[in-house]
Ligand binder design. Sequence first.
Ligand code: ASP
Length: 599
Amino acid sequence: MTDEATTDGAMTDSHTPSGSTATSMRTHLCGELRAENIGQTVSVCGWVARRREHGEHLAFVDLRDHTGIVQCVVDNDVDVRSEYVLRVTGVVRERPEGTVNDTLPTGRIEIGDCSVEILRKAEPPPFPVDARADDVDEMIRLQFRYVDLRRERMQENLRVRSTINAAVRNAMEAQRFVEIETPMLVPSTPEGAREFLVPSRKEPGSFYALPQSPQLFKQLLMVAGFDRYYQIARCLRDEDLRADRQYEFMQLDMEMSFVDQDDVLDAVSEAVLAATEAVTGERPPAIERITWHDAMNRFGVDKPDLRFGTELVELTPVFADTGFKAFAGAEAIKGIRVPGAAATHGRNQLDKLTDRAKELGAKGLVWMKTTDDGFDSPVAKFLSDGELQALRSQMEAETDDLVLIVADEWATTCEVLGTLRNDLGRPPVHEGPYRYVWVVEFPLFVGVDRETGRPKSAHHPFTMPHPDDLDKIESDPLSVRSIAYDLVLNGWELGSGSIRIHEAELQRRVFLALGISDEEAENKFGFFLNPFDYGAPPHGGFAFGLDRLVAILAGEENIREIIAFPKTQSGSDPMTNSPIPGDPKALAELGLKVLAPST
Ligand code: ASP
């Protein structure tokens, strides 16, 4: 087949939805009936949202499906109650004058002359199946998740999720990526999180891991010549749960051959921008880039939220010759300016900010309130007039601003002010414009392993070092940059990726820097790296968390709200009662014995 034939084939879209949702049981959906349907005999199916008396002989039943509610006028002797499942057949008619409800899309009509078929009676619901359930204890909502999911908010969230999945898939297919599934029972994947283990029955005492990501397999698919791979992949990591983290999560995982960083960033940008457009109707502008070093310098974090200012301002030169002890000799002095915050920050708040800065690792926090002619601050008297003037102009401070200053090691100064900046100014994650940003040139290594005294991988050990820094891998590893990049949206890290090492010698140098000997590398990663000897193309890839993207685009702060069946914060599922103790017979078959938990 020629290329042209393939393209033509793809354009004949055999999957266009017909748009019809009529079935053998219904002619229409509840929320879609309108004045145009007046006079038609229709059948609708759904759940009873509400029943109320209407005179002596009649009752109103609001029937609900996923599209909304329609009012049905039924005989009073029909015994239907909340959440009963009905099929109602009747004639659409205009509502009588005075009963029109403009707040409801179906508010001008009702179904009259109804015959009602009860498809299934229902227990009274554990909570109201509407917005009032937002205030119900989450444990109860999760225990009765199938009822919770009937609600408009949850229906909307999961439909947004489906829209995003479809947009991402379309964008990847259009760029000629191939969707390939990878296994769930795998060896260890070096993503740095704790793994879930699955015991092998055939080989008692041996275990599979559940994949932290398809990392190893997608790289082997490049060796296998697939050129462009993607997968909407389930990943599992046994980490403490929080608002943006679940044991199981979905990633758009991708890998490409014969590429550099720009190629990967462009392909992923296309997918997230298309997904955003599919939900909001607007395509955000091209995604800007910032180096990791600039992100730390300007925003103090590696996931900068660009929706608000309050950038970190460089003050080290201002205090280069200072006599003030707390500043003298500090590696980095930086400040943030919180406009108009002088009045709202009394002694108490300032003490709290100082405590927070110390918790975060700073030696202290200097606060200064700008007045008409200077600064109100306990340290102002230790600074020279020249320093105070330069400070004011450098910070672009105006009267009544609050200036917070940290003087410490570079990393501490950045991180502490970056966290305070977020604490003081960050809007809820889904609010305001969608500000994507690529953070590039992450360090190759970060920190030092306490046990081995060796640097630790910042991303994973297969990440390509920056070509300009290759000569520092042995001599100054912590200063080596990498070709690793993160995608950030409104201050949430959506995902990470890198160009990979595809040459054996460079891989060996990186392993050695990490303290991994040739022998250990062979044992741990041989099955993965030996295939590279059969011809690994230069390649790179990325993965981003779909749950986080969906949460932000659906306007939710917590990813549990956009997952059909999530686990609670403590990792349990109140609906299925899992996890449950292992069945002794099954454990015996697996050669496992459960020890009493150590207290
Ligand atoms: N596997 C990596 C992750 O899950 C992403 C990548 O390097 O492609 O973060």
